[in-house]
Design a protein around this ligand. Sequence first.
Ligand SMILES: Cc1ncc(C[n+]2csc(CCOP(=O)(O)OP(=O)(O)O)c2C)c(N)n1
Ligand code: SF4
Length: 535
Amino acid sequence: MAQKLLLLGDEAIAQAAIDAGLSGIYAYPGTPSTEITEYVQKSKEAKEKGIRSNWSANEKTAMESALGMSYAGKRAMVCMKHVGLNVAADPFVNSAITGANGGIIVVAADDPSMHSSQNEQDSRALGKFALIPVLEPSNQQEAYDMVHYGFEISEKYHTPVLLRITTRLAHSRAAVERKPSIPQNEMNLPKNLRQFVLLPAIARRQYKDLLAHQQDFVKESETKGFNKYYEGIDKSLGVIASGIAYNYLMENYPDRNIPYPVIKVSQYPLPKLMLEKMYNECEKILVLEDGYPVIEELIRGALDNGKKIMGRLSGEVPRDGELNPIIAAKALGIFKDIIKNVPSIVAQRPPSLCAGCPHIESVKFINAVLNPQYTKGRVFSDIGCYTLSALPPYETINSCVDMGASITMAIGAADAGIVPAVAVIGDSTFTHSGMTGLLDAVNNNSPITVVILDNSTTAMTGGQDSSAFGHLENICKGVGVKEEHIRVLDPVKSREEENAKIFQEELNYNGISVIITRRECIQTLSKKAKQKRGN
Ligand SMILES: Cc1ncc(C[n+]2csc(CCOP(=O)(O)OP(=O)(O)O)c2C)c(N)n1
Ligand code: SF4
């Protein structure tokens, strides 16, 4: 009998990849995708099978490493949060032109409602942009099954496949039935030696191949994949529900007795024949999708030819934020007020730095120097636990846009005359995408002070290894920061005055200086201590 496991959506994807002959998983952490790679890293089975699973420096390097694995004919998975797909966009879009050799699945975990993100962009749009098949599971079992199918079509059509999930699916559990394990592919180099050489003449030819495959992708969507047309007797409405939105729709019909025709969309390009059938037989169409109105916009078209299409654009569904069963019920006109009072214990609390966090001492000495004298000075920050210093009681930082933007924004601000222009960046974010900005600063001789908060981990996403570990001083020296302007400080209370003095010295220097504040995150420290004690 097939084994059943109780798995998070993320874990179902990881287990499926292990079972489907994965040879390597490449990723940079980012909520809600992190648990996929962590599951493979902790899996005994993955270890025995020799599946490679170390963290990459960023999403672009992860995507490219996976492409190298695919080049060798083996199966690879790349995982990231939605904004990570922006970082990986160059190799991601170009991998559609090279095509895959061994199967390659790119998992993008979207975060509608921005529970832990800067935006709520929808990765389906990027999948369409790259012209590749997109899979969008509606539950954990489907997430598991789609990984097997995704690798199959990736190898059948020599295309990367995008698997798009959202937070609630990634982070909720359900029983998942496993399939029998498949062995890993043997090394099998591309027959066409130029497949991965995107010189214009080759790229033009391969782009035509990709365009020709679009019909195959639609046929798969229409007939062999995960899209379904369910008949209904009441044709006053047709419902299109994609991914987890199908789950939310069905939660309103516990006996599964929905009167309207329903298209469950879990695969793109969209199943054109199914859409045409619904469009012709139903008076109105309601589109439920978690994220952007991708489907709604496509079927409405630029000229909206009359049939009433309801969804996020027409206002029946809120334009932003994640969906849930109540929003689906309201859009269907069957909403009954069943919301219970939220107990006070689950009331929202503002996030804050942990008591004893090393970042606290760093922002304190920054504030101690900047606040009294430099009212026009600004602190450009990056993304990490230290971003919380935007909030009271510290209110230290003035920006947080994307990973790496602290140093480069400080460069532009200094060019514009802001004095002092300070950049604050974590160790993991520095090696993700701060290093190249530092090189710009060196080449411009920008008068900026960069504070690298080295807590020896990627704390914000749960304490994954940091690629920066043991390398920071050498990287800074290597890109050309003068050795005497690389200062390493211990961010502890007893040294606040001394640290403030050094910070002031570097602010006075009219060039690029780097201050590394080094003390381990207390959470990873206590995790290690617990592991040592064996509990
Ligand atoms: C492109 C992108 N990838 C991943 C993330 C998720 N993420 C937010 S902060 C962060 C790294 C934090 O590490 P670090 O800079 O060392 O700071 P710490 O949290 O340890 O203080 C990550 C991975 C993101 N926001 N954007
Ligand atoms: S997890 Fe670590 S780095 Fe983040 S706030 Fe807590 S102690 Fe600070």
